[in-house]
Design a protein around this ligand. Structure first.
Ligand code: ATP
Ligand code: MG
Ligand code: MG
Ligand code: MG
Length: 474
């Protein structure tokens, strides 16, 4: 089954079961400053779960474009290295707003996955997890569906922190949340990794395909959990992951859509071997960058725009690593549009704009990329330990426009780490200097504008994952 057919089958199955098909919302969440990018299908229904909005239906189904490259759900570092993570992906989801709850949600999922009329997966390949104390979900899976106890795993809280669990889903630090039950697919003994909940669960043998969230609470900023007006359901299944299962391949990058994209990347880089991490990274990044721009995000030095810039620069750096001599990234918009434009007409419409912006970004970064890389190489050559000094990380950032995660990416390839503490210190010193400079300017001549040249815009602390992202001063 082709990826596009799978998307249609999902929507159709739930439509037949009384769900209204709702189009994907933008990657830029509407009126939600708590969220960097749309990271799940439920985002656009947040108010419906909270009982603040009546959408005229109580069952919905969608295929939602998502980006997880910052904020609470951040997969940027995983991309290209795991079989299952992208910065941009599509999340298939069915939703109940105070309509059905656990029993129906589990039954719907199981029927869609195993019924030969739909996906027809072998039941023995599927594992499920439930939240430690969720007896209802356990019983439904075990007694009603018939999943044997050996393949049902209870997952509790991490480090004893209440509700900090893979089986307790939250959109962010506040908002709708609840216990969840997940379905995993066993890709077989040829792949390394243990079942969910085991020591080596981070391997790629057992891949999480579907998360069924039993929305019950609204968490407020003070950490208090309030009951939702009525228990609801929110589910999310990664389209690329389930496509891999159906196409009998292990990695998302082996599905029809990515095979084609990897080929385009290889061609754009003069025929490099498509089976390498850098090619996968680029194929992934062209999707997030293109869709972000289509949804109105512009590269900039803070907030959403800075994340877009970081992703673009990462792609450029990986291209450089593969021997790219000129700009190449923007050339991938056309093949991407050929693959996804039918499902996403906004991509087709924005194509000329996306190409132009990416080309500009590439050109701008190309001017400093090589110099920065040379500096880093020199430093690495002289390194005695395995840690790149904070000063280097800072200079790369400050002078050459290397976002820290980019330097980290390079370091990881060499088995090296970064002295982040030293980097923070250098940043702090820089801030001090900027403060002093602006004070001097103010004292000397209140009308003197320092903008553009020495303006320091401070830290863009837009992430809620505790990472401080500095704002690039150019
Ligand atoms: P994982 O544990 O594999 O990182 P997750 O638990 O973070 O996944 P959820 O938040 O439960 O994922 O999202 C619902 C579904 O969306 C997942 O079961 C998976 O199929 C899909 N998904 C999540 N993150 C990604 C990603 N970065 N790329 C592709 N698909 C994803
Ligand atoms: Mg994750
Ligand atoms: Mg998970
Ligand atoms: Mg999950």
């Amino acid at each position: 089954m082709k990826t596009a057919e799978l998307r249609s089958a999902f929507l159709e199955y739930f439509r037949q079961n009384g769900h209204t098909i709702v189009p994907s919302s933008s990657l830029v969440p509407a009126d939600d400053p708590t969220l960097l990018f749309t990271n799940a299908g439920m985002n656009q229904f947040k108010d419906a779960f909270l009982g603040r909005e009546d959408r005229g239906y109580t069952r919905a189904v969608s295929s939602q474009r998502c980006v997880r490259a910052g904020g609470k759900h951040n997969d940027l570092e995983n991309v290209g290295y795991t079989a299952r993570h992208h910065t941009f992906f599509e999340m298939l989801g069915n939703f109940s707003f105070g309509d059905y709850f656990k029993r129906k949600a589990i039954n719907f999922a199981w029927t869609f996955l195993t019924d030969p009329q739909w996906l027809g997966l072998t039941a023995e390949k599927l594992w499920v997890t439930v939240y430690q104390t969720d007896e209802d979900a356990y019983r439904i899976w075990n007694e009603e569906i018939g999943v044997p106890a050996e393949r049902i795993v209870r997952i509790g809280d991490e480090d004893g922190v209440p509700y900090k669990s893979d089986n307790f889903w939250s959109m962010g630090d506040t908002g709708p949340c609840g216990p969840c039950s997940e379905v995993f697919y066993d890709h077989g003994p040829d792949v390394a990794g243990g079942p969910p909940g085991s020591e080596d669960e981070d391997g790629d043998r057992y891949i999480e395909i579907w998360n069924i969230v039993f929305m019950q609470f609204n968490r407020t900023a003070d950490g208090v959990m309030h009951d939702l007006p009525s228990p609801s359901v929110d589910t999310g299944m990664g389209l690329e992951r389930i496509a891999a299962v159906l196409q009998g391949v292990h990695s998302n990058y082996e599905i029809d859509l990515f095979q084609s994209l990897l080929k385009s990347v290889s061609e754009a880089l003069g025929g490099v071997d498509p089976e390498q991490a850098s090619v996968r990274v680029i194929a992934d990044h062209i999707r997030s960058c293109s869709f972000l721009i289509a949804d109105g995000v512009m590269p900039s030095n803070e907030g959403r725009g800075f994340v877009l810039r970081r992703i673009t620069r990462r792609a450029a750096r990986h291209g450089n690593k593969l021997g790219a001599t000129g700009t190449f990234f923007h050339k991938l918009v056309q093949p991407l549009e050929a693959l996804m434009g039918e499902a996403y007409p906004e991509l087709t419409k924005a194509r000329p704009q996306i190409e132009k912006i990416l080309k500009q970004e590439e050109e701008q970064f190309a001017r400093t990329l090589e110099k920065g890389l040379r500096l880093l190489e020199d430093d690495i050559a002289q390194l005695s330990g395995s840690e790149i000094p904070g000063e280097t990380v800072f200079t790369l950032y400050d002078t050459y426009g290397f976002p820290v995660d980019l330097t980290n990416d390079i370091a990881r390839e060499r088995g090296l780490t970064l002295d982040l503490e030293g980097y923070e210190k250098a940043m702090e010193a820089q801030r001090e200097r900027a403060r002093a400079a602006s004070k001097f300017g103010m004292d000397y001549n209140a009308g003197l504008s320092l903008e553009g040249e020495t303006e320091f815009t401070g830290y863009g602390n837009f992430e809620d994952d505790g990472e401080v992202r500095a704002v690039l001063v150019e």
